[in-house]
Structure formats: C-alpha cells, structure tokens
Design a protein around this ligand. Structure first.
Ligand code: PSV
Ligand code: MN
Length: 430
C-alpha cells in the first residue's frame, strides 16, 4: 500500500503531542467513569467508525458566480483518490470514497479498483448524474430526467443509472444514490401527479436491475435547480418512493436539503421507525443548500441527529444500517482540510451521543421533566470528547492533529508542482 504522507513524519508529529494526549485521555476517562461510562468502549466505537468522502468534494467548489481554485487541484479521479487517501491516512475516519458518474468514469473500472487497493481505499455508494447534460448526449435534461415528459429522455436517464450500477458492481460498491433536479419553475408548467408517476416508473426500472445485495437511496431536496416545484422535494415524498419501490429502497437525508427551520432529527427518527432511513449526506447550512462544512454552523443539530442514531443503534433496531457520507462544497478552504475536520466533527457528534445517559433521559421523558431531559443531552454535548477522537486516530495509525500535520508536511505545495493550476473561472462541479 502507498502512503501519501511519509509515515515517519506523522509519527514525529504525534510524538510531540502524545504525552499531553495521554494526560487528557486519562482525565476524561476518570470523569466518564464517575458517570459509569467506560472510555475504552467509546474509543473502540470511534476507532471503528467511518464516513465516506465524496470524490467531488476534494476539488474546490464554486457558486454560479465564480470558482476560485487552489493549487494542486485534482485533475481527474486518480488525483481525487490520492487526496482522499491523505484524508484517510491522517484521520483514519474515511476509509471509502463515493463516486459520481460520469465525472469519475474511467475507460476500465479495474483501474479504479487498482488505485483504490494501492491507496487502501474502498468504494461506497455510486451517484448518478442526470442533472447535467454531457458532451455528445442525445437527449437534454433541461426539462427533467427520470420524470421527463419525453419517453426517450427518461429511457436515457434510466440507462445511465443502470450503467452506474454496472460500474459499481465492478468496484465493490453496494448502493446507488439517485438525486434528480427534476421539477418546474412555473405554476402549471408540469402536471404534479403525472410527473411523479413517470419518475416512479423510471425508478422501478432501475430498481429491477439492482443486485440482491444492493440498496438504492433516493435523495430529497426542497428546491434547486427547480425553483417552483421539485419532484423529490421532501422526506415524505422520499418515504413514499422508498415504500413504493420495495425492500431495497431507502430515503437518504442530505442535511442541507431542508428549509432552515425544519426539525431534521425528527425526520431521522421517523424514517428509522418505519425502516426507511438509507443514509446521510452530512454538511451544514445557514440559509439553504449551502454545502458548508459539517458542524461548522450548528454542531448541536448534528449531535441531535446522532442522538437518534445512537438510540437506534443501542436498541438494535432491525435492518438499521444507514450509509454515512459527507457532501459539501469547499469554496474558500483547502478541501482536504475541510473534509478532515468535517469527518472529525461527525465522529465528535457520534462520541457525544454515545455518552448520553439514556436511562436518565428515558426517566425524564416518562416523568415529563422537560428541563432535565434537555440538560441530559446538553451535558453530553458540552463534554469535550477530543481526547477520545485523537486517541482513536493515533491507535489506528493516524495523526493526533490531522490539520496541523497536513500543514506541516506541506502537501499542497508539493502536489501543486505535479498538478498544474486548473483555469480560473471554470465552473465548479459541486
Ligand atoms: C445535490 O445538491 C447533491 O446534494 C446530490 O447529492 C448530488 O449528487 C450532489 O449534491 C452533487 O454535487
Ligand atoms: Mn447530497
């Protein structure tokens, strides 16, 4: 296996921080043991946890106004995989990469497998793209894809999704995520029922091609690119789709795809209850689908989502196995740094949720003690679990401080000499 960052350098950096970490870890261990919590059990769960990185996340994002690329931008999927390997090597929290087709299409999928093996990376859910037209494409998606009024356009979109499954099969993926931008911009532009029926028919065709051990995730989003109505606009619609399709179909929750005040953790609980929570695209937002770094705006909400997930995990809810992935756009930061810190934010929320006193919480809920129930959650949220995350990383061979180590090694400057700057002004792909 090829390490992107010199392992000796990582060890050197860790050596400087190790004794402080041991002291902090022991102190936290003592504090948690007074609450009846075994720090080692939490650390083991964090060490075993993984969140997938989106291949498109390692490129600098952009808005419809501009894109400002940094140095050493990945030029193709093999560069992207190398950047993903840096994230995994330093955080040990991102063992898999999620590909987007055709952005990441190669002549032969075997090349992807070889590169993945070389870098120690696996492949998570496949993502289809019927929200953009590609060069040479016969039918345009301007007016939709899987729900298009034209049968030939729908057939083309279905065929593309089946192609994604085929590529996924060749690289060891086990899921297909379908997000469509289909909708309308004007009242009256489309017939809501007919459009949704066409979408469902097309999804049935894709579903029929899923291997037995695969899952299909539909992803809802309130708006954009369509601004009046969107075919898969909310979790209710998404649940209906998953239910309609069958046992291998689930709803995927992208945190940024809701109206700002929506209670996402409750949506998560509802989907868990009805066995249809497929997974997550983690990110954060202030206004809309901002695709900001996970935990950067509202870390408490992320914790509350994990509170629901841990509840289901501990209750061993049947069939509960959501896919975890980041999906963000990095416009003003180094994408590698953002993805590393986001993966750690996800781990932090998980660790905090794991230390919630659940029997006390249940008692508060049963006794209608609203204040103490809230305190129960806040006590866990206020706990600085950083020593657990750092210890889990170090034990797994990662960096105690991934961002500091990454900066100290000067990866960007080095890789920038190999990869020429991508033209300023080219459009962002995320
Ligand atoms: C759409 O906004 C989305 O969240 C979907 O997951 C897409 O696959 C991804 O972003 C593309 O950037
Ligand atoms: Mn998404």
């Amino acid at each position: 296996m090829t390490d992107m960052i010199d392992t000796g350098f990582v060890a050197e950096q860790n050596a400087k921080a190790e004794s402080d970490l041991s002291i902090d870890y022991a102190a936290l261990g003592e504090k948690l043991s007074r609450q009846g919590i075994d720090i080692e059990a939490i650390c083991a769960k964090i060490a075993a946890y993984g969140v997938a990185v989106p291949s498109w996340g390692v490129g600098t994002g952009g808005t419809r106004f501009a894109r400002f690329p940094g140095i050493g931008e990945p030029r193709h999927i093999f560069d992207k995989l190398e950047d993903c390997a840096v994230i995994q090597q330093l955080t040990r929290a991102t063992p898999t990469v999620s590909l987007h087709i055709p952005w990441d299409k190669t002549d032969d999928p075997k090349e992807l497998v070889d590169k993945g093996n070389e870098l120690g990376l696996g492949f998570d859910a496949m993502n289809s793209n019927t929200f953009q037209d590609q060069v040479g494409q016969e039918h345009s998606y301007k007016y939709g894809s899987l729900s298009h009024s034209d049968a030939a356009t729908r057939a083309q979109a279905v065929a593309h999704n089946i192609d994604c499954i085929e590529i996924g099969k060749a690289i060891g993926s086990k899921a297909l995520t379908v997000w469509v931008g289909d909708g309308s911009n004007f009242p009256g532009q489309t017939h809501f029922i007919d459009q949704f029926d066409r979408y469902l028919d097309a999804m049935h065709e894709i579903y029929a091609e899923l291997p037995d051990d695969w899952r299909i995730f539909s992803e809802h989003k309130i708006y954009e690119p369509a601004f009046y109505s969107t075919v898969v606009q909310d979790w209710g619609t998404n649940y209906l789709i998953a239910k309609e399709l069958g046992d291998k179909a689930f709803a995927l929750v992208d945190l940024g795809h809701h109206a700002p005040t929506v209670n996402i953790e409750m949506i998560v609980a509802r989907l868990i209850r009805f066995g249809k929570l497929g997974g997550f695209h983690f990110n954060d937002s202030k206004y809309g689908d901002d695709d900001l770094d996970t935990g950067s705006i509202d870390p408490y909400r992320l914790f509350l989502v994990f509170n629901e997930l841990v509840d289901a995990e501990l209750k061993q809810v049947e069939g509960f196995d959501p896919m975890h992935m980041l999906d963000q756009s990095h416009n003003v930061t180094d994408p590698i740094e953002s993805l590393m810190s986001s993966a750690m934010e996800v781990q932090r929320a998980y660790a905090q949720a794991l230390i919630v006193d659940r029997s006390k919480l249940a008692d508060c809920q049963d006794g209608n003690d609203a204040l103490m129930a809230s305190e129960c959650l806040k006590k866990a949220f206020r706990t600085d679990v950083e020593p657990i995350l750092a210890m889990a990383r170090m034990r797994n061979g990662g960096a105690i401080d991934p961002v500091a180590t990454y900066r100290a090694v000067g990866y960007r400057a080095k890789i920038g000499k190999i990869r020429p700057l991508v033209a300023v002004g080219s459009s962002g792909i995320v």
